[in-house]
Every structure is written in structure tokens, then in C-alpha cells.
Design a protein around this ligand. Structure first.
Ligand code: ATP
Ligand code: MG
Length: 239
């Protein structure tokens, strides 16, 4: 039941990103790349400008190819496999995919990632999905010229060293009367929303013994915090 919901939400995100086209794009891209590499064989016979055009076309296909690889990775049905991964790397992958969506809305995504945070023991796909959901919500909340800032940093509490990931937006904020409701399944105030994003995030993070919280002021903006406790997570493989 829970798995069904997670999968539904993933499909919803996939739909938004038109990922059903990814395989097709990838195949055409390989053909294009091969053709460009073939042209490079004639490098010495071609004018400088043509060579430069070929080089920049290869760079562009490489970029699209990275983009599609990320999306394909995201869409795979993931088993509960935990591994040591870089949260900053996951964040960069998510932002890479969402930049276009944000740019279309004239929203800028900034990031400030602490390079000294330790790798954490997580399910890569699940944490990627959490980052995607939270950043998409932040972008959705913004109006034109909005700003979304993603940060990672360390936080010391009395008995633990936490790794914190946060996403802050200067969007419309969450009115007091909705603060209790946003984690409920199917609560949404978006025309095309499923209202599953945050409840799925909560469940996925629960599996990682991580906490999800937020602060928000209507009209000012919102910040969502994800707090990982590396000490607690060491026991994840034991169930
Ligand atoms: N950063 C945010 N700023 C303002 N409101 C937010 C923010 N994040 C979530 N919300 C509110 O919480 C609701 C529930 O979010 P959730 O991600 O669960 O579903 P959704 O975004 O509406 O739908 P879906 O995730 O399927 O697109 C949103 O509809 C919105 O009202
Ligand atoms: Mg959402």
C-alpha cells in the first residue's frame, strides 16, 4: 500500500518531467553522437569554424545524455538498498533536473553546500525523490522572480552530530490553518497536485530515521529541514 503510493508519486513526478520520452531521446542521441564523432575523422580537412561547431554539438549531446541518465536512474523501481552516498551529489543531480522548470517560471535556484559534511548511509533513489519533491514544492510556491536556496550543513546537538539539508523559498508561505494538514495524504491546493509529495517524503525519511520539519510564514516564504543522524543510520541495514 505504502509502496504503491510511493510509486504513484514517482510516476507523477516522471510525468511532469516528460520522462516517458527519455528512452527515445537516448537512442536518437546515441545516433547523433556517433555521426558527430564520424565527422571528427575529417577534422584536418574542415575549416576551424566547422570543427568548433562539431565540438560544441558533442558537448551539448553529452549534457542531454547526462540529463536523461539521471532521469532514468530516478525512474527505476528501487529496492531498499542502502549505501554511503554524498548528499551534496544527490542535491546537485536534483537541481540539474529542475533548473529548466525553475527557469521557465523565472525562479532562481541557489545552492550553498558544505563540502565537509560526511557521506550518509541512505537509499540513493529515495533521498533523491525527497529532494526533488521538496525543491519542486519550493519552486511551485514562488511567483515570478522567486528564489529557492538549497543548503547542506552540520549541526551539533547535545547528543548528536546531525547532517542537515534545507530548502528555503521566498514564496507564498503556508497559512496557519494549513500547517497541520500539509503532511496528510491527498492534501493539496494545486490544480494538478496529488497531495502525496510530502507524505511520501515523510515515509521515506522515516525509513532513514531522518526527520522532516518546516517553518513558514504566510506571504514571506517557507523552509523545509531534513535532519539526518549518521549515528542512528549506522543500524539501518539491520532493519
Ligand atoms: N514550500 C512550500 N510553500 C508553500 N506551500 C507548500 C510548500 N510545500 C508544500 N506546500 C503546501 O503543502 C501542500 C501539500 O504538498 P505536497 O507536496 O504533499 O502535495 P502537492 O505539492 O500539492 O502535490 P504533488 O506533490 O503531487 O505535486 C501543497 O499543495 C501546498 O499547499
Ligand atoms: Mg508536492
Amino acid at each position: 500500500m505504502i509502496d504503491d503510493k510511493i510509486q504513484n508519486n514517482r510516476l507523477e513526478l516522471m510525468g511532469r518531467l516528460t520522462a516517458s520520452l527519455m528512452h527515445e531521446i537516448r537512442n536518437s542521441l546515441s545516433a547523433l553522437n556517433l555521426n558527430l564523432e564520424f565527422l571528427q575523422f575529417y577534422k584536418d580537412d574542415l575549416p576551424k569554424e566547422v570543427n568548433e561547431t562539431i565540438d560544441s554539438s558533442i558537448q551539448a549531446t553529452d549534457r542531454i545524455s547526462k540529463f536523461t541518465e539521471n532521469l532514468l536512474h530516478f525512474s527505476k523501481k528501487s529496492e531498499m538498498k542502502f549505501e554511503l552516498v554524498s548528499l551534496n551529489q544527490i542535491t546537485a543531480e536534483a537541481i540539474d533536473l529542475l533548473k529548466i522548470k525553475a527557469r521557465k517560471k523565472n525562479v532562481t535556484i541557489f545552492c550553498d553546500l558544505d563540502e565537509s559534511i560526511p557521506n550518509i548511509f541512505v537509499n540513493h533513489n529515495h533521498i533523491f525523490q525527497v529532494c526533488m519533491n521538496l525543491i519542486i514544492n519550493a519552486v511551485d510556491a514562488c511567483s515570478e522572480k522567486g528564489e529557492v536556496k538549497v543548503r547542506s550543513y552540520k549541526e551539533k546537538t547535545a547528543d548528536s552530530n546531525l547532517v542537515v539539508w534545507e530548502v528555503r523559498d521566498n514564496g507564498k508561505g503556508i497559512p496557519e490553518e494549513n500547517k497541520e494538514k500539509i503532511f496528510s495524504e491527498f492534501f493539496t491546493n494545486k490544480k494538478n497536485g496529488t497531495g502525496l509529495g510530502l507524505s511520501v517524503c515523510k515515509k521515506l525519511l522515516n525509513n532513514h530515521k531522518a526527520e522532516l520539519s518546516f517553518e513558514s510564514e504566510a506571504g514571506m516564504g517557507t523552509v523545509f529541514f531534513v535532519k539526518f543522524n549518521p549515528k542512528l543510520m549506522e543500524t539501518l541495514n539491520d532493519g
